[in-house]
Design a protein around this ligand. Structure first.
Ligand SMILES: [Zn+2]
Ligand SMILES: [Zn+2]
Ligand SMILES: [Zn+2]
Length: 165
């Protein structure tokens, strides 16, 4: 018999081993302490870095727990924005770089409902490519929470390399 568990906050399906919800950062183990304040009870787990923190070191933003270092991320369900631009060619180039590096970027034009993009749990790169719909506003690149730090590293190293065409 399999036990069906759900996060009480966001209703994500969980396994019995989960100590926190990977989508919203809710902590299920009451004995976890803050990573920086071992005397303080942790209130949540940052969905980006997966460290547990107290209320002083992090907090829920749009129902997602982020630590102070990562609270600037704009999050949409289990994705976070890692780049934004009004120039489609820049976004296209950054997205290709992420795909080549094995990540699974999603594009969001801001003009369409995110539910269109997030209906699938399938982080297949081909899906990400099919999802390219450009609006006239700022286009955002989002990646699953687990890929945010890697995506930042890749994008940062891109910026340091001068274009030599
Ligand atoms: Zn949750
Ligand atoms: Zn964090
Ligand atoms: Zn703390």
């Amino acid at each position: 018999m399999e036990n069906e568990l759900q996060c009480s906050a966001c209703e994500l399906e969980l396994t019995n081993e989960d100590e926190f919800c990977p989508r919203c950062g809710s902590l299920f183990d009451e004995n976890v302490r803050c990573f920086t304040h071992p005397a303080a009870d942790a209130e949540g787990v940052c969905v980006i870095c997966h460290y547990a923190f107290c209320n002083e070191c992090g907090g829920f933003v749009n129902e997602t727990f982020l630590c102070n270092e990562h609270e600037h991320y704009e999050v949409l369900q289990s994705l976070a924005v890692v780049a934004a631009s009004k120039e489609a060619y820049i976004i296209e180039s950054l997205r290709n770089t992420l795909v080549i590096n094995g990540l699974h970027p999603f594009l969001f034009s801001g003009l369409n409902s995110p539910s269109v993009y997030l209906a699938t749990n399938n982080y297949n790169p081909q899906n990400a490519l099919d999802i390219a719909v450009y609006g006239s506003g700022e286009i955002k690149i989002l990646v699953p929470f687990g890929e945010v730090l890697e995506a930042e590293n890749i994008l940062n190293s891109q910026e340091e390399t001068p274009g030599t065409d």
